[in-house]
Design a protein around this ligand. Structure first.
Ligand code: TXA
Ligand code: MG
Length: 326
C-alpha cells in the first residue's frame, strides 16, 4: 500500500525519512509530480527505473533546493549561472557537465558525464529538498511512456503499491514538464520546450539557443528528445477540424466543429483559448478522455508559438507510436 501523505511538516519529515532509507516518495512540483528517491543511492535509483518501467539508458534529473548545492553537482558556465539566477527556483532544468566530486550516482545519470539539475518552486518540494539536504531524483511520477501526473490521484493510478508514499500538494499549477536547456561546450540547446520559452531564455542570456536537429535526437546526449512518450492508450489525432464517429474531442476554444454531435466525450483545454490554462489542463484532460473508450482522441488545432510550442511538443509525442519512453 502506498501512503497518501498531506503537505504538512510532519508528513514532509516522514517522506524525508523514507527517501533516506532508500524508498520512493512521489512529491508535488509546480510542473508535474516527481518520483523522488535519494540520487546518491544506486539501490534507491534502481527502484525508480523499476517502478516506472523506464529504460535505464534514459537519465533522471536531480532536484536540489538551491544554486549552491547544484554547483557541487554540475559545472556551471557563465550562461548556466545567468539562467539559474533568473529562473530558479522555477520550471527550468539545466543539463551540465558533471562536476568532479559530484554525489549523484552514475545510475541516475544513465552513465552520462552530464547531469540534469532542477530547483523547483513548489513550497512542498522545496521544504522536502531542504529537509533532505541531498539531491533527489525526480522523473515524472508516471509509468514510462504514459501521461505525466498533475495530481496525487494520477500518481496513484499509475504507481499505487509500487512506491512507499505520495505527498499530496493539490493540482500542479503549470501542468507540463520543465523547460530543459543543455549548457555544454559553449553552446546552449533547448532539449525540451516548456513554460519558459526559448525567446525568454535567449533574451535573458543574450545568446542563441539551438533547437536539436533530428540527427541530434538520436544521440544519447539528449535522450528525452527521442520519439514518443506522454501517451494515452487511445490513439491521438492532431489538428482535427472535424470529428469522426466514435472519437472524443480535445477542444481548444470552440467545440462546434463538424461531427461534434456524435462525440463520445469532450474536454476543453481552454474555452477562452488561453495557453497557460491549456497547459495546466492538458494531462488531466488526456487521462479523462483516455477512459472514454473512444476510437481516437481528436485534438483541435493549437497555435505552436510561445507556450503552444511546448503543448504541441507533448501532443506530437502523444500521437507518435512509442518505441522509447520516459
Ligand atoms: O518538470 C520536470 O522536469 C519534472 C518534475 C518532476 O521536476 N521532471 C521530469 O523528469 O519531467 P523526466 O525524467 O520525466 O524528464 C527529464 C528529461 C528526460 O527526457 C531525460 O532524458 C532528460 O531530462 N535528461 C535527464 N538527464 C539528462 C542528461 N544528463 N542529459 C540529457 N538529458 C537528460
Ligand atoms: Mg517524464
Amino acid at each position: 500500500m502506498t501512503l497518501h501523505l498531506g503537505p504538512d511538516p510532519g508528513s514532509i519529515a516522514r517522506a524525508c525519512a523514507l527517501i533516506g532509507s532508500g524508498e520512493l516518495v512521489a512529491f508535488p512540483t509546480e510542473t508535474v509530480y516527481g518520483l523522488g528517491a535519494d540520487a546518491t543511492q544506486p539501490n534507491a535509483v534502481a527502484k525508480v527505473y523499476a517502478a516506472k518501467g523506464r529504460p535505464s539508458f534514459n537519465p533522471l534529473i536531480a532536484h536540489i533546493a538551491d544554486i549552491e548545492p547544484a554547483m557541487r553537482q554540475g559545472a556551471f558556465n557563465a550562461a548556466a549561472v545567468k539562467l539559474a539566477e533568473k529562473f530558479w527556483p522555477g520550471p527550468l532544468t539545466l543539463v551540465l557537465p558533471l562536476r568532479r566530486g559530484a554525489t549523484v550516482c552514475e545510475l541516475s545519470r544513465a552513465g552520462l558525464e552530464s547531469v540534469g539539475l532542477r530547483c523547483p518552486s513548489h513550497p512542498v518540494a522545496l521544504a522536502l529538498l531542504r529537509a533532505f539536504g541531498k539531491p533527489v531524483v525526480g522523473p515524472s511520477a508516471n509509468l514510462s511512456g504514459h501521461v505525466s501526473p498533475t495530481s496525487a490521484a494520477h500518481v496513484l493510478s499509475d504507481l499505487d503499491g509500487k512506491i512507499a508514499a505520495v505527498i499530496d500538494g493539490g493540482a500542479s499549477r503549470i501542468g507540463i514538464e520543465s523547460t530543459i536547456v543543455g549548457c555544454a561546450e559553449g553552446r546552449l540547446v533547448l532539449l525540451r520546450p516548456g513554460i519558459i520559452t526559448r525567446d525568454e531564455l535567449q533574451d535573458h542570456v543574450g545568446q542563441h539557443i539551438d533547437i536539436p536537429s533530428f540527427s541530434d535526437n538520436n544521440t544519447p546526449t539528449s535522450p528525452g528528445r527521442l520519439s514518443a512518450h506522454y501517451a494515452p492508450e487511445t490513439p491521438v489525432r492532431l489538428n482535427a477540424t472535424e470529428l469522426y464517429p466514435g472519437e472524443a474531442l480535445l477542444a481548444f476554444g470552440t467545440e462546434t466543429i463538424p461531427g461534434v454531435t456524435a462525440a463520445t466525450v469532450i474536454a476543453n483545454l481552454s474555452h477562452k483559448r488561453d495557453l497557460t490554462e491549456a497547459a495546466a489542463r492538458l494531462y488531466s484532460a488526456l487521462r479523462d478522455l483516455d477512459k472514454a473508450g473512444a476510437t481516437a482522441i481528436a485534438v483541435a488545432p493549437i497555435p505552436a508559438y510561445g507556450l503552444g510550442e511546448a503543448i504541441m511538443d507533448r501532443l506530437i509525442r502523444a500521437a507518435t507510436p512509442s518505441s522509447f519512453s520516459e
